[in-house]
Design a protein around this ligand. Structure first.
Ligand SMILES: C[S@@+](CC[C@H](N)C(=O)[O-])C[C@H]1O[C@@H](n2cnc3c(N)ncnc32)[C@H](O)[C@@H]1O
Length: 475
């Protein structure tokens, strides 16, 4: 049955590829987001079929692999981020792009990177075994479709010069990264590095937190031996603040299928309406909204220090963003979202929050949402832009809102498509690791919103992505 699902869905992909005269990319290709082959992978039918085939293939592997080895692999998969960080911080993808396309000897890569060849070779082989990089001859490695995504496009010398300061000792596990490395990138390497560094180290302390029932410290605080909150930590270490803010762009960038999301129609808001981007960070999403909806006024709110250190400089340094500020269409405001919104804000048409609720435990989210409720007019909308976690069983009809993506999943696949949706559950744990936060099911969103006086009206989702827009109105 599983093999049949794989075969049927691969046949669908093959026939669309034939119709469009565009071959599907292979692992040996280089990733190029603009290529026709990569565009084919985002065709809605190709995406849907790929999800079913991936789900069936993972379930087949889980069935065929000896159970003990299957478990051992999973209990050890935390070594992958270690190998990842070694390669990312050694500019391996850039060195391979600059070298012989048939591969570069690991001794040469290591000498350019300034690290020992032995551990680098083993890191590369571990990754190559997981289809990231390929070993073309013994000890000779080349980029492939996955590893080429790690290539920043800059020279390896630049990446190494902007990389972690190796002359400084690492204290309490806090890496000496430099923020400039991430500026001007698409955020994907920032995201991957942050996951393989802070998130990975903190994750080791999730069980200690859960099993002790002591949430007074986050796993992150335990891992790095810190009393201060993570947001205070970021402000003390501006390079880490820069990295997490730019990583937010990568969080979207690794899901190019999000471009298919039609989403909330901004024309529903009248000309001159005010949108407040609550915890807007470096304002990357506000910038997208400002381009799509030139009739709106936008205020980007964030912690005062973050606006000073990141949002302000980011917008002043970019010509179009600066002109949006100068024209008054976009403004920046230091505002703690646990405090009451300013009295002179004016009428707000929409409070917009991207990747905020997943940073906080539910009780804190309710406090934030109540503050927004108190500042909202009767027709103010609240748009929560976060991942919606699918149940591993079918979603009850009472939780299917207009706009929900509810794929038709054939038996015996898991209702959430199993490993085809793995990233949602990994990011959920990442939120716990860093913030005591979590991603939420629609049932949890509903309960949380209602506790703060909001009700869900509509959910915008698209094939292949769980990053959703949950639109609420006042109860
Ligand atoms: C995960 S980031 C998301 C940023 C932005 N919304 C985006 O999608 O790119 C979370 C943001 O919440 C902000 N934040 C954390 N605590 C805050 C607080 N108490 N008041 C306002 N903003 C806060 C952080 O500074 C950070 O910019």
């Amino acid at each position: 049955m599983l093999a049949e699902i794989i075969s049927q869905n691969v046949t669908v992909i093959q026939s669309i590829s034939d119709q469009l005269k565009t071959p599907h990319p292979t692992l040996d290709d280089t990733y190029d987001s603009g290529s026709k082959a990569e565009q084919l992978t985002l065709h809605p039918e190709v995406l849907s079929s790929a999800f079913l085939a991936i789900s069936a293939a993972s379930q087949l592997i889980a069935t065929l692999k000896l159970p003990g080895l299957s478990l051992l692999d999973r209990a050890n998969c935390f070594h992958i981020p270690s190998a990842f960080r070694i390669c990312l911080e050694s500019a391996v993808a850039e060195i391979l792009r600059e070298g012989d396309p048939d591969g570069v000897d690991v001794a040469e890569i290591a000498s350019k990177s300034g690290i020992d060849a032995g551990p680098l070779e083993r890191a590369l082989r571990l990754l190559a075994t997981h289809y990231i990089f390929k070993e073309t001859r013994p000890n000779v490695f080349a980029n492939n479709r996955l590893s080429s995504m790690l290539d920043s496009g800059r020279s390896s010398a630049t990446v190494l010069a902007l990389g972690q300061r190796r002359d400084k000792p690492i204290v309490n596990g806090i890496t000496n990264i430099q923020g400039e490395k991430y500026v001007g990138t698409d955020g994907i390497t920032a995201l991957l590095e942050q996951n393989a560094d802070e998130v990975y180290k903190a994750s080791a302390y999730i069980p200690d937190t859960v099993l002790s029932n002591d949430w007074s410290k986050t796993p992150f605080q335990r891992a790095f031996n810190l009393e201060k909150s993570i947001w205070d930590f970021y402000e003390e270490y501006p390079a880490h603040l820069q990295r997490i803010q730019i990583a937010m762009e990568g969080f979207v960038g690794v899901r190019p299928q999000l471009k298919l999301l039609k989403g909330f129609d901004w024309a529903q808001l009248r000309a001159g309406s005010l949108l407040v981007d609550v915890g807007g960070g470096n304002g990357s999403e506000s910038y997208e909204i400002a381009k799509k909806a030139p009739h709106l006024k936008i205020i980007i709110e964030d912690r005062e220090e973050t606006v000073k250190q990141v949002t302000g400089p980011t917008w002043q340094a970019h010509a179009e963003k600066k002109s949006l500020l100068d024209s008054g269409r976009v403004s920046l405001l230091g505002q703690d979202f646990f405090d009451a919104q300013p009295d002179d804000l004016g009428k707000v048409a929409m409070f917009f929050m991207r990747f905020i609720t997943h940073d906080w435990p539910t009780s804190d989210c309710v406090r934030i949402l109540r503050r927004l409720h108190a500042a909202a007019a009767p027709d103010t909308l609240l748009l929560i832009n976060d991942q919606v976690v699918p149940y591993a069983c079918p979603t009850p009809p009472s939780l299917i809102y207009p706009g929900s993506w509810t794929p038709d999943v054939p038996s015996p696949l898991l209702a959430n498509l199993g490993e085809a949706s793995a990233e949602v559950y990994f990011i959920d744990f990442a939120m716990t690791a860093l913030f005591n936060g979590q991603e939420r099911t629609l049932g949890e969103f509903k309960e949380m919103a209602e506790q703060a006086g909001w009700k869900i009206e509509k959910v915008y989702q698209t094939v292949g992505s769980r990053i959703s827009q949950v639109v609420c109105s006042k109860i």
